[in-house]
Design a protein around this ligand. Structure first.
Ligand code: NAD
Length: 473
């Protein structure tokens, strides 16, 4: 059992003032693997005071030194990667192979890209008219993160914020405190000075206390649209800067010239990876009406290759969902859709033996859905794919844009230029063409109900600056 007694505040582990503890449950078997503090306003206040106290010193530390410290932190993660990958799998059920490749691989790559971007920015002098333009760090940043890519999302906020000269209070998801605790140790070992990085634990209440605290200058949040709206409303009261990376219901458009045999396995991967618990998951497969039946058959059969299994086994492709709450919600959404007339085209096989104690769910592919059903409009955050029919490129764009969300999207075509033209008209923060992998050098974020602001690379760092002009006569 792992026990975390309190937060990492001002360079030390400090016992939490909260009486409550949160049991951390392994979703593969329902067993507790440890506990973390429930967190409280007092913990938050101590952390914000520490971040405030450290700000002037950290902001005036030469950029080259900040870069060197964070480069050591990157190596620290690399050295402890097996331990962190195992922790992530135990906390949220993603297969160990995926933990090693993506849950560790993405943050390492993010470190590299962000460090390189900061080196570039540091060397730039900007003059406009009679003014010199400076980038000042925003101040104390509250970073609030979810559980689905826990370390990746922490790194995507904390590393650019620290590089920019901000100080940070991090509150990770209450489901995944352990990788965050290791991250705090790594930053400390790398030489991040006391107070520049602080860590508090707990759920929505601790998060809200952080958002409300007058000593916080900016909130960088990744999570649900529901929580994002509440955070933006509270932050509006004191005009704190806000960056929000929220949910999605992204479209994957197949144009009528694709090789369906080739595309179908990739389209399933783009939806089911991490048990569908990916904000940018492509969950609406929009296919030419004349080929819909063929696609249904193909993806229905292929979905059986995504049957869940023990996440500790090296060949498992899909583990349990991250929690029983998540599993219950996804299953209820599928049942409601079927009641409204949706048809399950995947086999829906029974769970393999021995998995009944975990938060498992077999993947589901639904057809005969229409665009006003909740299953098409709302984010499921589980292994559920909806197939919709389009009548040409124009119509496909219309269906893709018929969503409150605007996070991501995909387009497949034998003609890359045709795919590009369609991608340009999808109203989202990013679109991938023909199965392209996530590019951490490009800005990532949403429009509409998917959020405000961008992460990763140069654009991710720029969020943590205020621009200042000094003008000569
Ligand atoms: P969540 O909103 O429930 O929680 C996210 C974090 O916010 C947690 O740390 C939680 O404790 C905290 N929190 C919850 N309510 C809060 C409130 N009112 N005030 C302050 N803090 C609060 O989301 P989740 O279930 O952890 O994660 C899943 C969601 O995250 C999905 O909707 C997914 O799409 C989204 N997500 C978005 C991105 C992106 O980059 N756009 C990436 C990953 C996940």
């Amino acid at each position: 059992m792992r026990e975390i007694p309190g937060g990492f505040i001002d360079g030390h582990w400090v016992n939490s003032e909260a009486p409550g503890r949160i049991a951390i449950i392994n979703p593969a078997n329902g067993q507790a693997i440890g506990h973390a503090p429930a967190g409280c306003e007092t913990d938050v206040a101590k952390a914000v005071v520490a971040a405030h106290g450290a700000f002037a010193g950290w902001a005036s530390t030469p950029v080259a030194e900040r870069i060197a410290i964070l480069r050591r932190a990157r190596d620290g993660i690399s050295k402890r990667s097996d331990e962190i990958a195992a922790l992530i799998t135990q906390q949220m059920g993603t297969p160990i192979s995926f933990s090693k490749a993506a849950q560790i691989g993405l943050p390492l790559r993010n470190f590299d890209v962000t460090l390189a971007a900061m080196e570039e920015i540091a060397g730039e002098e900007v003059t406009l008219g009679r003014s010199r333009i400076f980038r000042d760090p925003v101040g104390v940043v509250a970073a609030i993160t979810p559980w689905n890519f826990p370390l990746h999302q922490i790194v995507a906020k904390v590393v650019p914020a620290l590089l920019a000269g901000c100080t940070v209070v991090l509150k990770p998801s209450e489901l995944t405190p352990f990788d965050a605790a290791v991250f705090a140790e790594i930053l400390n070992d790398a030489g991040v000075p006391a107070g520049a990085f602080n860590l508090v634990f707990g759920g929505a209440e601790t998060g809200a206390a952080l958002v409300e605290h007058p000593g916080v200058d900016m909130i960088s949040f990744t999570g649900s649209t529901r929580a994002g709206r509440s955070i933006a409303a509270i932050a509006g009261g004191s005009l704190k800067k806000v960056s929000l990376e929220l949910g999605g219901k992204s479209a994957n458009i197949l144009l009528d010239d694709v090789d369906y045999e080739k595309v179908a396995p990739a389209a399933l991967q783009q939806c089911f990876v991490n048990a569908g618990q990916t904000c940018a998951a492509l969950t609406r497969l929009i296919v030419p009406r004349q080929h819909k039946e063929r696609v249904e058959q193909l993806v229905g059969q292929l979905a059986d290759g995504w049957q869940p299994g023990d996440p500790d086994l090296p060949d498992t492709r899909m583990g349990p969902m991250a929690s029983f709450v998540q599993q219950g919600r996804a299953k209820r959404m599928v049942a409601a859709a079927v009641k409204e007339g949706a048809r399950i085209v995947s086999n829906g096989a029974e769970l393999p033996e021995g998995l009944n104690a975990g938060a498992y769910m077999t993947p589901v592919v639904l057809s005969d859905v229409d665009s006003d059903m909740d299953i098409v409009r709302d984010e499921v955050f589980g292994p559920v794919l909806c197939i919709l029919a389009h009548d040409g490129d124009e119509d496909a764009v219309r269906i893709a844009n018929d969503s409150e969300y605007g996070l991501s999207g995909g387009v497949w075509s034998a003609d890359e230029n045709r795919a590009f033209a369609v991608a340009r008209r999808i109203r989202t923060g990013q679109v991938v063409i023909n199965g392209a992998m996530l590019d951490l050098e490009a800005p990532f974020g949403g429009v509409k109900q998917s959020g405000l602001g961008r992460e990763y690379g140069r654009h991710g760092i720029e969020e943590f600056f205020n621009l200042k002009a000094i003008t000569r006569p």
